[in-house]
Design a binder for this molecule. Structure first.
Ligand code: SF4
Length: 126
């Protein structure tokens, strides 16, 4: 989708219809995607504003994500991070406090929204 916005900008056609797809190359002809509508483009702009603004302002909160049990006991953001063994075991508690900081709230609202509706059966049961 990011490329679709770039293509519109490059050709100075901000309202041009654009389609975007993921291609699962190891599954033959399987594609997922479609027309990029204004809602999706607006959401991408909003997320980019938060991410780029955070980088510009030097906001790099450590957000471990959800607990994860495979390939080992850790968190989803940490499973393949080289600092997993040295990062504090209280990282989730630290994130819970840090997310309330006004400078971090825009990122937290996107990466870890607290008022999100459950989307899976496991989340509903939790
Ligand atoms: S191990 Fe620490 S630095 Fe690495 S992703 Fe997890 S919280 Fe971030």
């Amino acid at each position: 989708m990011l490329y679709s916005l770039a293509a519109r900008d490059l050709h100075n056609l901000p309202k041009a219809p654009v389609e975007a797809y993921y291609w699962f190359v190891d599954q033959g002809d399987l594609h997922r995607g479609g027309v990029v509508d204004d809602v999706q483009a607006g959401r991408l702009h909003a997320v980019l504003d938060v991410v780029v603004g955070g980088i510009r302002d030097g906001i790099y909160p450590a957000n471990p994500g959800e607990e994860k049990h495979h390939p080992r006991e850790t968190w989803s953001s940490c499973a393949y991070c080289p600092y997993d063994r040295v990062c504090p075991s209280t990282r989730l508690e630290q994130w819970s406090g840090m997310r309330e900081d006004p400078a971090v709230q825009p990122y937290a609202g996107i990466a870890d929204p607290q008022d999100a509706e459950p989307t899976t059966d496991e989340e509903v049961r939790a």
